[in-house]
Design a protein around this ligand. Sequence first.
Ligand code: C2E
Ligand code: CA
Ligand code: CA
Ligand code: CA
Length: 279
Amino acid sequence: AKLAGRNCIRVFSRELSEEIQRRVLLEARLKQALERRELVLHYQPKREISTGRLTGWEALLRWQSPELGSVSPDEFIPLAERSGLILPIGEWVLREACRQMRAWQDAGLAAGTMAVNLSARQFRQMDLAEEVSAVLRDTGLAPADLELEITESSLMDNLATAATVLTDLERLGIRIAVDDFGTGYSSLSYLKTFPLHCLKIDRSFIRDIPGDDNDTAIVRTIIALAGTLGLTVVAEGVETEAQLAYLRANRCDQAQGYLFSRPLPPEACLALLRAGPRR
Ligand code: C2E
Ligand code: CA
Ligand code: CA
Ligand code: CA
């Protein structure tokens, strides 16, 4: 048993050091990724459930490294967050998404709104609204066409700055969505005090509907809550017709997920936009 224990420790520490090495490597490569143009945005459409109409897009970051292959944002975003690299990367994402949206509009296409994910670190910047305002000015995108997605947990981790930053963003005329809603926090009082426009029901609650009684209860409660507060409610991760039918029957406003489309490179979005607003 002793021997096994020691082997265990050896295996464990080797795995740990491999993990640390990968992190160090990723971070070094990520630093160069922006200037080497290895980062690109894909866009996933959102649709109104009752009509099938396209309501907008969510920009999702993709990193295609020549050396490491494609790296998932779930792996590199937390790294970028820890190292602070998320600040220049996040600003690039915002600028690129707004530029793309404006280009579609200039081509005469009805593209809806563009949603951009904000990390906790970005949200902690007191001058965030100034940065956003500068990007809108430079790209010529109207504030009403931009939505910022902030996770429930990063709202809660930054209560001191949240009120100020959200109020400044609201003044610009930007929409704010609470991302991963239902996973972050037990208190709902912030929903009343912050200027918010949209709740995105986390994918984990959508996965097992309509079969799972707990999840259907949670989903119905979130939809009702959003209705009471006058917020738009969006279900993320919708993959099946049965999930969509359940959401429709319970009057969820919008849906996003593989059932409609995976996140697409810009050329494919253009084709979808040219095909018209209906599914
Ligand atoms: P998120 O904001 O919750 O984004 C939704 C994720 O679910 C995306 O993963 C999307 O591709 C995936 N997804 C969409 N529909 C479905 C579906 O029907 N089924 C399943 N299984 N998955 C679906 P992705 O693109 O890998 O991004 C993962 C996370 O990385 C995002 O979660 C977000 O937290 C973060 N992220 C991505 N891009 C950015 C960015 O530009 N900035 C920041 N700060 N975070 C980002
Ligand atoms: Ca999101
Ligand atoms: Ca989400
Ligand atoms: Ca998520």
